[in-house]
Write a protein that binds this ligand. Structure first.
Ligand code: AHG
Ligand code: MN
Ligand code: MN
Length: 344
């Protein structure tokens, strides 16, 4: 049986981009290598090096840094930083952008990553992953400016993620469809397993941390209550699935359809997930697969970040499900404001 490897696939895709020089293929290759190294660490966590548990540090997000968070961040930064294909790297784990020094031959791309997503699941053998996003340098000259680092999601050249799960899967889009590859551990090679992925137009599951119910606003509570009601015509009640690793919850949603949401709440009034490292790359993927991604009232890909660590609410998944969520949130929001106005 003839099988397409990830490298072959990336090369074929690059051929269709006018003026392509091979730099994009090199960058994707390096991402794949870093992903394989992390996959190996995840698979052998607990038996090899002491890689489980905490580093004792707190990151820019105010969260405890796990050893695997740090290992993934360092691995990606080193490999991509020396690839000669990028001029800057931003990471969920680092406050500032890492600007590639001249001796490491800066390239034309900007690389953004959540090096290890789903940290709370590291020590318990539940799926975790890496999410990445690629932009082109926009500003003229050698210096990297905010114009380069704060681009709209719609300007991404490519985006992808790697799930370290029951198998390791690499999913990416460079604008022409969404393609998934499974790591063959005996050969150490990714092979095309999910060509041209399309998300179902409507799903039958919702995914949210419902433990946050008490800190949600009324419109969010109304939306989830609606999904739980019984109505066979609209396929309700929806099933609840929540892993707690965005990358894994997203991967299921992409394959099976449905709605993933991490709304704002009174503890995180702007939302919890990060625009550049989580929402924007997954938004590009879902849209290229026929789905939608929204803050609840605005497409994720239309948003220009104000800082590299911006957070926002996220509603992502099947087109009909995201639209339904937007409609209900808007309707309830209006009712709420009328009620407040009437009751003075
Ligand atoms: P990270 O591990 O990169 O910090 O991201 C954690 C995120 C995301 O993976 C997940 O969807 C969400 O946090 C889970 O949050 P809760 O524990 O609040 O449900
Ligand atoms: Mn994350
Ligand atoms: Mn992370």
């Amino acid at each position: 049986m003839e099988r397409t490897t990830l490298v072959q696939h990336i090369r074929q895709q690059e051929k269709t981009i006018p003026g392509a020089t091979g730099e994009f293929t090199s960058l994707m290759n390096e991402i794949m290598v870093a992903g394989k190294i992390i996959s190996l660490q995840v698979n052998s966590a607990g038996i090899g090096e002491d890689i489980l548990g905490l580093t004792g540090k707190i990151n820019v997000q105010g969260e405890e840094v796990k050893k695997l968070d740090e290992f993934s961040d360092i691995t990606f930064t080193k490999i991509i930083g020396q690839s000669g294909t990028v001029c800057a790297i931003t990471s969920e784990e680092k406050e500032e952008a890492y600007i590639i020094p001249p001796e490491d031959h800066p390239g034309k791309y900007i690389f953004m990553m959540d090096p290890l997503d789903g940290s709370s699941n590291i020590d318990v053998n539940v799926n975790i992953g890496t999410i990445f996003s690629i932009y082109k340098k926009k500003s003229p000259g050698l210096e990297v400016t905010d114009e380069d680092l704060l681009q709209k999601g719609s300007e991404q050249v490519a985006a992808g993620y790697i799930v370290y799960g029951s198998s390791t899967i690499f999913v990416y889009t460079s604008g022409q469809g969404v393609h998934g590859f499974t790591l063959d551990p005996t050969l150490g090679e990714f092979f095309l397993s999910h060509p041209d992925l399309k998300i179902p137009e409507q799903g039958s599951t919702y995914s949210a941390n419902e433990g946050n119910w008490g800190i949600w606003d009324e419109s969010q509570k109304d939306l989830v209550a609606y999904l739980k009601e019984e109505d066979s015509a609209t396929g309700r009640p929806y099933k609840l699935r929540y892993i707690g690793s965005l990358v894994a919850d997203f991967h299921r949603t992409l394959l099976k359809g449905g709605l993933f949401m991490y709304p704002k709440d009174s503890k995180s009034p702007k939302g919890k997930l990060r625009l550049s490292f989580e929402a924007a790359p997954l938004a590009l993927i879902v849209e290229k697969a026929g789905g939608k991604a929204s803050t609840g009232n605005q497409p994720i890909l239309d948003i220009t970040p104000t800082g590299i660590h911006d957070r926002l609410p996220l509603f992502i998944g099947s087109k009909n499900d995201v639209e339904m969520a937007e409609e209900r949130l808007a309707a309830k929001g209006k009712k709420g404001s009328w009620f407040k106005w009437l009751s003075g």
